[in-house]
Design a protein around this ligand. Structure first.
Ligand code: FAD
Length: 419
């Protein structure tokens, strides 16, 4: 039986980056992925801020396009923010994961495509991991010192489906990759367009991202919970077709492919982060952010945090991964809890008028502040701007209340006959 220092299950951005980092530091790593190619599950829209490229040392050929403008459209409002410099990228998700896997191989470690994780067990002080190779009835077993669950929202290692009792907030996303003429492409190039509100996507949002010359990503996501006000919604495809017809104004297009995926976010980050020598990273521990559905760079960041603890464990400095869970909570919990609360209000509670009004107020934010809000989950600029307004509203309410109490007293006194 082959032995590895670390076996990483799942070659998404988190697993690929984790295996890449560990292989780079001289560990003998196996990265195993159930799909045979990265084109098979090319599900993510892969928009990210510009810092991601340098922070994770990503080459230009994983970049589909760059963007420097953000547009938010609601049922009645249209707002935009822009900059002269690129603010972010839309990555080619298949190429990104292929690049990470190649890096693992380049460092002398192994990548097994078409290998589905089946189970693992402890045997004489080692962990034995069993895979089912695609098209083969025989399973393959390897042994490892550390096992990493990087299987995304499936959580195949840490939390097999039958054991998933936690409170998950699930969402479903579908996206059309469409080919359009170059003059039509130019209208949507270099910008991320988000469409909110009842017309475009109740219980979620829709988007148009420039993928690469003449290719646009048009997608829609909905959270699978009842809305406080909206009773009935249509299928994801209905909203995408509406965008193609009404927002893109029936421009000629060809659908290149239709893909999608599921978000499964554990409310309050109560996922299992580790068990014995098994550790979970990325979407397997809800690093995807509930507010915008962005998860690539957060998954890669969790991989870097995990790598430090895995190195410590392999060298005997670390006896378990409890400090990993602590650091993950320190890194994400506060912002993720806020994002969850804000996401639930925005997608599952607010009326259309409230969303319109909210986006109108966002217009007071600078481009930098809107980026901080959308990508850094920094809500301070919003509170700073709206605090005077809230104070004004509150003082009006208090004034009314005092007036009502005073007139109540006057009425009582009149009834009592007191002057
Ligand atoms: C429609 C949609 C649009 C999105 N858009 C964006 C966006 O614009 N920007 C952004 O940053 N994020 C976006 N996300 C979120 C982002 O794609 C995820 O957060 C990110 O991919 C998580 O990375 P991961 O490596 O943790 O998991 P994943 O990318 O899900 O990777 C997990 C891997 O594990 C493999 N696997 C699962 N089970 C097994 C098994 N039993 N054996 C072997 N392999 C297995 C899977 O095949 C997969 O390759 C989007 C998600 C969806 C669904």
């Amino acid at each position: 039986m082959r032995h590895f220092d670390v076996v990483v299950v799942g070659a998404g951005p988190s697993g690929g980056h984790c295996a890449r980092q560990l292989a780079k530091s001289g560990k003998k790593v196996l990265l195993a992925e159930q799909h045979q190619t990265f084109a098979q599950n090319d599900f993510s829209s892969a928009a990210t801020p510009i810092e991601t490229l340098e922070r994770y040392n990503l080459p230009s050929d994983v970049v589909g396009s760059l963007w420097q403008k953000i547009v938010i459209v609601t049922t009645n409002i249209h707002q935009s923010w822009e900059c002269d410099e690129p603010l972010g990228a839309v990555l080619n998700f298949a190429k990104l994961r292929e690049f990470l896997a190649q890096e693992v191989q380049r460092q002398g470690s192994e990548v097994w495509m078409g290998h589905r994780y089946i189970q693992s067990a402890q045997e004489s002080g080692k962990t034995i991991v069993e895979f089912k190779p695609y098209g083969n009835s025989e399973t393959v077993k390897v042994s490892t010192q550390v096992l990493v669950d990087a299987t995304g929202q499936i959580r195949a290692v840490m939390c097999p489906p039958k054991q998933q009792h936690l409170l998950y907030l699930t969402g479903t996303g579908t996206e059309y990759l469409i080919e359009v003429g170059s003059s039509d492409y130019q209208k949507y190039a270099e910008k991320l367009t988000f469409l909110l509100g009842n017309k475009w996507r109740p219980k979620g949002y829709s988007w148009i991202f420039p993928m690469e010359p003449n290719l646009l990503r048009v997608g829609s996501i909905q959270w699978n919970r009842p809305h406080k006000i909206v009773e009935k919604t249509s299928s994801l495809r209905t909203y995408i077709e509406l965008i193609l017809k009404d927002y893109l104004q029936d421009i000629p297009y060809k659908v290149v492919n239709v893909h999608g995926g599921v978000f499964k976010y554990c409310s309050g980050l109560q996922d299992t982060y580790y068990r014995n020598n098994t550790i979970a990273i990325g979407d397997a521990v809800s690093t995807v952010n509930m507010l915008g559905g962005e998860g690539i760079r957060h998954g890669m960041q969790s991989a870097e945090i995990a790598c430090r603890y895995i190195e410590g464990y392999l060298s005997g400095k670390q006896v378990d991964f409890s400090s990993y869970q602590q650091e993950m909570h320190q890194t994400y919990k506060k912002a993720w809890d806020w994002s969850e609360r804000m996401g639930i209000s925005k997608y599952l509670e607010y009326s259309d008028q409230f969303i319109d009004r909210g986006v109108t107020y966002l217009n007071q934010l600078s481009t930098d502040e809107i980026l901080q809000f959308i990508f850094e989950y920094n809500f301070n600029p919003i509170y700073r701007r709206f605090l005077p307004y809230l104070r004004y509203k509150l003082s009006g309410k208090i004034h009314n209340l005092i007036g009502q109490v005073r007139s109540g007293f006057t009425n009582i006194n009149i009834l009592k006959g007191v002057d």
